[in-house]
Design a protein around this ligand. Structure first.
Ligand SMILES: NC(=O)c1ccc[n+]([C@@H]2O[C@H](COP(=O)([O-])OP(=O)(O)OC[C@H]3O[C@@H](n4cnc5c(N)ncnc54)[C@H](OP(=O)(O)O)[C@@H]3O)[C@@H](O)[C@H]2O)c1
Length: 276
């Protein structure tokens, strides 16, 4: 990927601009996409454009996203890292229900391994803490599965600094995935903790699911740099922290190419001052 810097995920190295695969599912991230061939084309093109870190979850579809990734990308190239997650149930389209019970996490992981046709997941993330289950119990269960060889590296998602520190006392944590973008920096403290510990930070909603693209300062910087608002939003994330690994999502080939090109956009100090 032209201009993409790299980042370490444990002992793995990937381009510092990843692909969020959630959007290739049907509407509301529920069921299959209307255009399955189109979704496969987007996934294949993403790898060809240089994205070699793909983020997914068993709950996307549910199951659909992992199945599409396996169909599009197998045999997996050596430099491809697939990150998936477990710990959320989808009883219906609008509902995302935490389930961090050890027995559920084990069966969720087994399901992901089967759908992705892998023997070990490179990066397995606990999707969210479950308020009904002690966080240490959920992380401890994943640490056991890692010891059993089913997980290469562990990550957490939707966590506070306190939860991250708790998880780190149980197992090596290589990534955190929290909501973060130009307009929503509520996880700045978690990002700073990741910087201190050299942990990759994967901002979800890097484009604010589209809302950041409407910001007038983003549009102004885009106009003077001859770039698009999405490219500015991604370039700002990359410039904001060396541990940032944005995972913008799209089901559109045009947006995919636009987002890939953001890796080579370097914002000037003036641009950054306007956006910071
Ligand atoms: N851990 C969690 O709890 C959690 C939660 C949400 C998401 N995620 C992960 O984070 C990834 C990214 O999140 P996201 O996809 O929800 O949000 P996002 O990347 O902020 O935004 C995606 C939205 O923006 C549009 N878009 C993408 N590129 C664009 C461009 N160049 N110009 C205009 N519009 C563009 C997409 O529509 P088009 O399809 O039309 O391009 C889509 O509607 C997901 O794929 C998923 O892997 C994790």
């Amino acid at each position: 990927m032209t201009g993409a810097r790299t980042i370490r995920i444990g002992d793995l190295e990937v381009h510092r601009l990843g692909f969020g695969a959630m959007r290739v599912c049907g509407p509301q991230i529920w069921g299959p996409p209307k255009d399955r061939d189109g979704a496969i084309r987007v996934l294949k093109r993403a790898y060809r454009l240089g994205f070699n870190f793909f983020d997914t979850a068993d709950s996307y579809g549910p199951h659909v996203c992992e199945e599409l990734i396996a169909q599009a990308l197998r045999p997996y190239p050596n430099d491809l890292v697939i990150a998936t997650k477990g710990g959320l149930l989808r009883p219906s389209a609008p509902r995302w229900v935490p389930c961090g019970r050890p027995e559920h996490l084990k069966s969720a992981l087994e399901g992901s391994l089967k759908r992705l046709k892998l023997e070990c997941i490179d990066l397995y993330q606990l999707h969210a803490p479950d308020p009904e289950v002690p966080f240490a119990e959920s992380v401890g269960a994943l640490a056991e599965l890692q010891k059993a060889g089913m997980i290469r590296h562990l990550g957490v998602s939707n966590v506070s600094v306190r939860e991250l520190e708790l998880a780190r006392r149980i197992a090596p944590i290589v990534s955190v995935q929290n909501e973060y973008n130009l307009e929503d920096r509520a996880s700045e403290d978690v990002l700073k903790a990741c910087e201190r510990h050299g942990i990759a930070f994967l901002p979800w909603y890097p484009l604010g699911a589209g809302s950041v693209l409407k910001s007038s300062r983003v549009k102004q910087v885009a106009a003077r740099r001859n770039a698009t608002p999405a490219q500015v939003a991604i370039a700002w994330l990359l410039a904001h922290s060396r541990v940032m690994l944005p995972i913008p999502g799209t089901a559109s080939l045009a947006h995919l190419m636009e987002n890939a090109a953001a890796a080579k956009l370097r914002l000037s100090p003036d641009d950054l001052a306007m956006l910071d």
